[in-house]
Design a protein around this ligand. Structure first.
Ligand code: FPP
Length: 234
């Protein structure tokens, strides 16, 4: 794949863990555990092919509505994963950041986040953003509030400075649903959106490559006409 058509920022809504487990008569928790393994595969491959930034939706601000036991399990899995990720992420040159409203998390989880962010902060190959207690509407509001506090007029340019992450080139959603579910609303304004019926625990390098090949065929016009793009290229 040519570097020219490789998306710089890929975002993924990792959906289908529950259905994957249900199909196998397993508890939903097993689906989430397998989901972490799929995430590990995808991070490794994304860094290998040269994606600069990968943002994944691990826990939405609406996911608190799930049964208490599932929420607790996801929080424990998150904390455990963070400590397990440090070594492989460092080896792969991946810098981890967690984006979202972290005030709702326990001290222990916040400490695990801080530790992993600090330990991987020198990675230069790829940035991995884990969106946790994240909502696109929250992101826009917090950015506007920060701009206001700084005494700046709220414009698209000032918002860019305060949003948790940059514009998305390719947004992937697995699990067959076709919606954005309050993920990176502002940042996906011009994203190419790819819906995949694969359930997240089945996702691997092969599925990511298919999405990247599809992206390569897209003509990114950003409001211009196709003819304008052709004449600019020639
Ligand atoms: C959606 O599947 C998935 C989630 C709400 C959680 C995503 C979490 C992971 C992929 C594991 C990695 C995350 C952490 C915390 C380290 P679903 O449960 O909505 O699946 P369903 O639509 O089939 O029920």
């Amino acid at each position: 794949m040519s570097a020219f058509s490789l998306p710089r920022h890929v975002a993924i809504i990792m959906d289908g863990n529950g259905r994957w487990a249900k199909n196998r008569f397993m508890p939903r928790a097993e689906g989430h555990r397998q989901g972490v393994l799929a995430l590990n595969r995808v991070v490794e491959h994304a860094a290998e092919v040269g994606i600069e930034r990968l943002t994944v939706f691990a826990f939405s601000s609406e996911n608190w509505r799930r049964p208490g036991a599932e929420v607790k399990m996801l929080m424990e899995l998150f904390a455990q994963s963070l400590s397990r990720w440090v070594k492989p992420l460092n080896e792969a040159g991946v810098r981890l950041r967690v984006i979202g409203d972290l005030t709702a998390f326990s001290d222990k989880l916040r400490e695990a986040i801080e530790f992993c962010e600090k330990e991987t902060s020198h990675g230069t190959r790829m940035e991995l953003n884990i969106a946790a207690n994240y909502g696109g509407q929250w992101d826009i509001c917090q950015a506007a509030q920060k701009a206001q506090v700084a005494g700046e007029t709220v414009t698209p340019e000032t918002m860019k400075k305060y949003l948790t992450t940059a514009d998305v080139d390719l947004l992937i959603r697995t699990g067959g649903e076709c919606r954005i579910s309050n993920f990176l609303l502002w940042q996906s304004a011009y994203a190419e959106i790819y819906f995949d019926s694969a359930l997240w625990p089945d996702y691997s390098a092969k599925e990511l490559d298919a999405a990247l090949s599809w992206y390569e065929t897209r003509e990114r016009r950003f409001g211009r006409t196709s003819e304008q793009l052709t004449s600019k290229a020639s």
